[in-house]
Design a protein around this ligand. Structure first.
Ligand code: B12
Ligand SMILES: Nc1nc2c(ncn2[C@@H]2O[C@H](COP(=O)(O)OP(=O)(O)OP(=O)(O)O)[C@@H](O)[C@H]2O)c(=O)[nH]1
Ligand SMILES: [Mg+2]
Length: 401
């Protein structure tokens, strides 16, 4: 089956930004992120206190045009060198690394950093327009590259799908049959946090499998830029068994990027992933991102609708179409005082549907929440994920309860 093509249009630049490990100075990069997005650039922001490997992994999976680091802690010479080295080790040395750090990066430091592979340093006092113009220079056409290895192959195929080009055939690299769950809900309900907690359970439950996450976030309707921020909540994406990709909607009003169907198909076809989680943008009352209604083939194998206790009242609940269409419903933020009433109201709303829709009460902000455990068990059972032989194992990044 051919992967559906999305309409061809000039692809915005995709830039990954981050602040290095042991550094909490994020106000400069936050300003720069906003300015770049205002100029039509897509920013995948990783957050502060980020390790070299996390930055390199994200750059590869997101197939960014370049990586921008903001460094104030004094370790810039070593840190930039290590990021460049990590990219080169994986055959991804074509991704340039640039950055800034006010007065902490001296001219002499910059010369050393450039010798070690850093592409450019922006010094204190550089006007934002100059930064934007220079970063625009990182634009390049996204073509398949036979030298790419591992996740970068899939990542590049996704970039081509996003820009409406002819999607290359992706070699089947795993034996897996994927189960795809679409996750929708209002902005800020906790979808990304819940996805991260489900990911931690997947890693514990399936010691050998891989999981993919496709996180859709809105493009700005005016500038076309975007701050793709779902990765900030993705703590467990710092595991090589997780493939995380952010997609900007680029004008699509369905709640998903127009390339999402092709992206899902590419991930399925790779055979790499046992589970694929697709996060919609924050959706409204009439939204149907996964084509649950209309009688056609839905985009996903199951849908989860996530909402938080602040949905309004009973009348708002009645208007939300996806409360009829979703296979699973999660009331998240159950640590909130309004949650008790909300749970009763949502349960009554679901009872009226006369379908077997179980309401899961979750607190995704808390690790080891029993509500998230129950939701994961339900999804794992539906996805036919075999439990790990010898029981669950702690995942690499885990703190103990
Ligand atoms: C604001 C600030 C803070 C704020 C940070 C708020 C935040 N959330 O970011 C607060 C008060 C919290 C803070 C705390 C600390 N700070 Co402080 N802080 C600063 C300060 C005054 C300004 C940095 C800044 O944001 N500048 C604004 C940006 C927009 O301008 P700029 O730096 O000139 O950057 C330009 C370019 O470099 C470029 N750029 C910068 N980053 C990037 C990234 C990309 C991708 C691009 C394209 C361009 C780019 O853009 C700008 C364009 O003109 C600097 C001093 C200084 N003058 O640099 C100290 C400074 C960085 N802090 C310092 C220290 C020591 C600390 C603390 C350890 C203090 C303490 N003992 O608690 C803590 C550590 C916090 C932590 N968790 O890491 C030292 C670092 C010394 C060192 N490296 O050896 C400095 C240099 C002050 C000093 N002279 O001692 N700090
Ligand atoms: N109190 C509480 N806060 C939570 C919980 N789950 C998530 N949050 C917080 O809610 C905020 C939004 O969470 P996200 O996971 O980014 O929400 P989202 O639905 O993915 O948001 P969009 O992608 O922007 O639509 C963050 O500050 C989370 O830390 C929870 O169970 N309880
Ligand atoms: Mg989100």
């Amino acid at each position: 089956m051919a992967v559906a093509k999305t309409p061809r249009r000039p692809a915005p630049l995709r830039i990954l930004t981050a602040v290095p490990i042991c550094d909490g100075h994020d106000s400069a990069v936050t300003t720069i992120n906003l300015e770049l997005a205002r100029h039509g650039i897509e920013i995948i922001y990783l957050g502060y206190h980020q390790a070299v490997e996390a930055i390199a992994r994200a750059a590869v999976q997101e197939d960014v045009n370049a990586v921008g680091l903001s460094s104030y802690n004094g370790g810039h010479i070593v840190f930039f060198r290590e990021v460049v080295a990590a990219l080169r080790r994986g055959g991804n040395g074509d991704i340039p690394v640039f950055g800034g750090g006010g007065g902490t990066i001296t001219r002499a430091d910059e010369r050393a950093m450039r010798r070690q592979g850093t592409d450019r340093i922006f010094f204190a006092g550089t006007p934002l327009e100059e930064i934007v113009a220079a970063i625009r220079g990182y634009s390049r056409p996204a073509r398949p590259n036979p030298r790419f290895r591992g996740d970068r192959v899939l990542a590049r195929a996704l970039t081509i799908a996003e820009s409406g080009g002819r999607v290359p055939a992706v070699k089947r690299t795993g034996p897996g049959r994927s189960f795809v769950v679409g996750i929708a809900g209002p902005g800020g309900a906790g979808k990304s946090t819940l996805i991260d907690e489900l990911t931690s359970r997947f890693l514990r439950h399936q010691p050998a499998g891989r999981i993919a996450i496709l996180a859709n976030d809105p493009s700005h309707p005016g500038s076309g830029g975007a701050i793709l921020g779902d990765r900030v909540s993705a703590i467990y994406a710092q595991d090589d068994r997780v493939f995380f990709r952010s997609l900007a909607t680029r004008g699509s009003l369905t709640g998903l990027s127009a390339a999402a169907p092709a992206a899902i198909e590419l991930l399925r076809r790779s055979g790499e992933f046992d589970l694929i989680l697709v996060e919609s943008v924050g959706v409204g009352q009439e939204s149907d991102p996964f084509r649950s209604f209309g009688g056609g083939q839905p985009l996903v194998d199951a849908t989860l609708f996530v909402l938080a206790p602040h949905y309004g009242g009973l009348i708002q609940l009645q208007k939300i179409a996806l409360l009829n269409g979703a296979d699973y419903v999660a009331l998240n933020k159950c640590d909130h005082p309004l949650a008790k009433v909300a749970k009763a109201e949502i349960q009554a709303r679901l009872d009226q549907n006369g379908r077997d829709q179980r309401l899961h009460a979750t607190t995704a902000a808390k690790h080891f929440d029993p509500g998230v455990d129950a939701l994961f068990s339900a999804l794992a059972q539906r996805a036919d994920l075999a439990p790990a032989a010898g029981g669950e194992r702690p995942c690499r990044l885990e703190v103990t309860p």
